[in-house]
Design a protein around this ligand. Structure first.
Ligand code: NAD
Ligand code: AKB
Length: 316
């Protein structure tokens, strides 16, 4: 019987991943934890707790008390927020991962760990189109540096201690259930809220800045598929490229206009523009397709329709 701990459950990914995991493994077997309150929906259907991943003593007690067998570690400071307090972000992103890897090394019950990396591991010297799995990784943000270092640590713990840690380099994730948590790709979530609530949006990136993106349902399905794959199928122990779709602010804005013809986007690039320009425009994820069967179903059209309906429903 699996007992799954999700850390960072109140965030953009956690809030949907917990619900998906509970459908598969049973409500009572998925433990939702965060330093802030989780949603009422999450509280009402299964176990939850306030838990700080930086507090290694409470963490180990919690894991042993609940006989945890899998950990999804989602807590992190994302790219935009990390640039405001670089040393704090480095500390949180790295120490939290080290706490989890060390725990998985010493607690025999823990069989698998998921930790997300990001397209932020790439930098200005990386080929930007159809970015290969193995290529130059010279990130220029503190967030990207922490993700790259994290990938190296994951591979190290697998090789040295046989910790079965698995990872995806997520692109920008788009969802309407929980707002995005302070990243550079957040514009692609905000634009839908402002389209519905205000009829206009001021974008913090330039109109032609292409980035890889993915709808949350595809990301959650990919994550669970990776975690359920037999161990021998996981050939890459740093992190798998996962691409999704690629679009610019102008392209997504034009798609929204099909439903809301009066919608207007203006552009006022800020400190996140150079971050976006240092990241790939599209990603080659054939290794993930080949090794564990990555599949996605949302293109820009289905994503736009689903997001507009979801946000509208939320504010009805
Ligand atoms: P988020 O900011 O929405 O959620 C993170 C959650 O972690 C928050 O609810 C926060 O309260 C919690 N948290 C922060 N510090 C904590 C601590 N000390 N102990 C316990 N919980 C703590 O982030 P997200 O978008 O859900 O991202 C989750 C993971 O996926 C992160 O590692 C992020 O880098 C990665 N990722 C996200 C995206 C994306 O577009 N959302 C893309 C690439 C990678
Ligand atoms: C961010 O923009 O920081 C995240 C990411 C791509 O890692 N969404």
């Amino acid at each position: 019987m699996e007992k799954i701990l999700v850390i960072g459950a109140a965030g953009q990914i956690g809030s949907e991943l917990v619900i998906a995991l509970r459908k598969i493994y049973g409500n009572e077997n998925v433990f939702a934890t965060d330093i802030k309150d989780v949603s009422d929906e999450m509280k009402s259907c299964g176990p939850w707790a306030i838990l700080d991943v930086m507090d290694d003593k409470r963490l180990i007690h919690y894991v042993i008390r609940h006989k945890i067998t899998q950990i999804y570690h989602l807590a992190a400071v994302l790219s935009g927020n990390a640039e405001k307090l670089p040393l704090q972000a480095w500390h949180i992103n790295m120490q939290s991962l080290m706490n989890i890897l060390d725990l998985a090394k010493v607690v025999d019950d823990i069989k698998k760990v998921f930790w997300p990396s990001s397209i932020a591991v790439f930098g200005l010297t990386t080929p930007r189109n159809n970015t290969p799995q193995l290529t130059i990784t010279e990130p220029s943000t503190v967030y990207g540096i922490s993700k790259l270092a994290g990938e190296r640590w994951c591979e190290y713990f697998y090789n040295r201690y046989d910790v079965d840690v698995r990872s995806i380099r997520y692109p920008g994730l788009i969802s309407y259930k929980t707002e995005a948590g302070g990243g550079t790709t957040d514009y692609a979530v905000e634009i839908f809220y402002d389209a519905i609530l205000k009829g206009k949006y001021e974008c913090f990136l330039k109109e032609n800045t292409a980035l890889p993106m993915m709808f949350m349902e595809d990301a959650v399905n990919a994550t669970i598929k990776l975690m359920e794959a037999p161990k021998e199928k996981i050939k890459i122990r740093s992190s798998y490229n996962v691409g999704g779709i690629s679009f610019t602010p102008k392209q997504i804005s034009d798609e929204i206009k099909i439903y809301l013809p009066d919608f207007k986007t203006t552009y006022k690039p800020d400190f996140r523009q150079p971050i976006a320009e240092s990241w790939p425009q599209s990603i080659d994820d054939t290794a993930a397709q080949k090794d564990w069967g990555l599949e996605t179903k949302y293109d820009i059209k289905v994503l736009t329709k689903t997001m507009l309906e979801g946000v509208k429903q939320k504010f009805k």
